[in-house]
Design a protein around this ligand. Structure first.
Ligand code: DOR
Ligand code: ZN
Length: 462
């Protein structure tokens, strides 16, 4: 096997420790690892990574790339440029685009867009609403489907009613149909009727503020999240559907998921950057519509951090959700008219590295949550690992570099980040997708079209 590139002297995580190694790359794949300096094949490109960490490139299974249909917010090229700068080498898009991804034909068209535009490897999660379409979509190399139990009131984005599933009978049919494919079903847990009852109490008082919205969604200390999660777990148990819960937010969700796993229910879950780093009451007040407007009280945030650290929460996913300033600013008057969601793919890995440096999470769990576990759970054995035979998807991190996130560093189409002004220790130096740099020297250097569909060849089926 010809060695084409060597990442020299990078510290690789092995059994919880950082060991300096040379990563030997042959074309698109990792050929092997060796002690630093032992191998010097003629003609191989040498990348000096002394003092840097080499982690497997991030795998983010929950990204709103907004294309087709909402390209004034973001598109596949801009989102994957941000991903490259953030250390992500594989992203999965979401179906709340226009047209919403509901049929095999929609999916075919959307995958064709990624094919020409994505800088990093990709897949796309279609909606599991039209149950007769699901088997056909499974043939197209997807890894998961998505269901939103939420439908917006007062606006029609980001949760258009057309793709929401609120009826429990419909949910049952969808879970049965997904179970038959063996793929995972990602679900945003929610209860629309409870939300409506609670929000109308605020509206009756004339209160449509970001704080009222945040309190509505956290009513009863997490009632919306917890009731839906309990229902979903019981349905997964009955149908055998592989359930992946997005937006894990409350302590009771974590407890329920742990208990369901002990009973053998096939459930995994994710936490999003905004739960870990943003959604405090102080920031809801300070940033208003710009902080997404889900509020995660401190006792829930602590429970979620603990669950991420001990592996009860399997993975980190960004739920990268860019919206323009205009779409946010209306929220100061009427939060129900603002588009909710918060961009994050460019900064969540450095935020997590910084959290590790502050002792909140081990490096081993960080790598597992950001990369190895999502690859494993969504059936991508060549992703998320620095091992011979794996794809040469790598992120080089300078663990000691201090830097400050600013709005003008944002590569998304929007020109803001809720993290503006935050100083972190730990920065992405280089991102490599299948042997090729997509981010280096502070610049995105990847080409649109380099990305390839990350087709699962061994989805976890049991
Ligand atoms: O607030 C949200 N915004 N929640 C989601 O689940 C989707 C996201 C978006 O697409 O903007
Ligand atoms: Zn989302």
């Amino acid at each position: 096997m010809t060695i084409t590139r060597i990442i020299r002297g990078a510290s690789v995580v092995r059994d919880g420790s950082l060991i300096p190694m040379d990563i030997l790359v042959s074309g698109e794949q990792i050929a092997g690892l060796s002690l630093p300096g032992l191998v010097s094949p003629p003609g191989a490109e040498i990348t000096d990574a002394d003092g840097l960490w080499a982690l497997p490139g991030g795998v983010d299974v929950h990204v709103h790339l907004r294309e087709p249909g909402y390209t004034h917010k973001e598109d596949i090229e801009s989102a994957t440029r941000a991903a490259a700068a953030g250390g992500y080498t594989t992203v999965f898009g979401m179906p709340n685009v226009k047209p919403p991804t509901m049929t095999a034909s929609d999916l075919r068209d959307t995958l064709a867009l990624y094919d020409g535009k994505s800088l990093v490897d990709y897949n796309h999660n279609p909606a599991a609403k039209q149950t007769t379409e699901l088997a056909g979509m499974a043939e197209m190399g997807i890894a998961a489907y998505k269901i939103y139990m939420v439908a917006d009131t007062g606006r029609n984005y980001p949760h258009p009613a057309s793709i929401g599933v609120h009826d429990h009978g419909h949910l049952l049919e969808a879970m049965e149909a997904v179970a038959a494919t063996g793929l995972a079903l990602m679900v945003h847990p929610h209860d629309q009727r409870i939300e409506e009852v609670v929000e109308q109490r605020f509206w009756a008082e004339g209160d449509r503020s970001p704080e009222a919205y945040a309190r509505t969604l956290m009513t009863g200390d997490g009632l919306l999240w917890d009731t839906a999660t309990s229902l979903l777990l019981r349905m997964a148990e009955a149908t055998g559907c592989r359930l992946h819960i997005v937006h894990t937010t409350t302590s009771r969700q974590v407890e329920m998921i742990r208990a369901a796993r002990r009973r053998g229910v096939k459930v995994t879950c994710e936490v999003n950057h905004w739960t870990l780093f943003l959604a405090t009451w102080e920031l809801v007040q300070e940033l208003g519509p710009y902080v997404l407007s889900y509020w995660v009280p401190a006792h829930h945030q602590q429970a979620v951090w603990d669950a991420l650290a001990d592996g009860s929460i399997d993975i980190l996913a960004s739920d990268h959700a860019p919206h323009t300033r205009e779409e946010k600013d209306v929220g100061y008057e009427d939060m129900w008219a603002a588009h909710t969601g918060s961009p994050g793919i460019q900064y969540q890995l450095p935020l997590l590295v910084d959290a590790h440096r502050r002792g909140r999470i081990s490096l081993e769990r960080l790598v597992d949550a950001a990369s190895t576990a999502p690859a494993r759970l969504f059936g991508l054995p060549r992703k998320g690992r620095i091992e011979p035979g794996a794809d040469a998807d790598l992120v080089l991190i300078d663990p000691d570099r201090e830097w400050t996130i600013t709005n003008d560093s944002v590569l998304s189409k929007i020109d803001w980040t809720p993290y503006h002004g935050r100083t972190l220790t730990g920065a992405v130096e280089r991102t490599i997708v299948r042997g090729v740099d997509v981010y280096a020297g502070g610049e995105v250097v990847g080409e649109p079209g380099h990305g390839r569909q990350a087709v699962p060849d061994a989805p976890m089926r049991g």
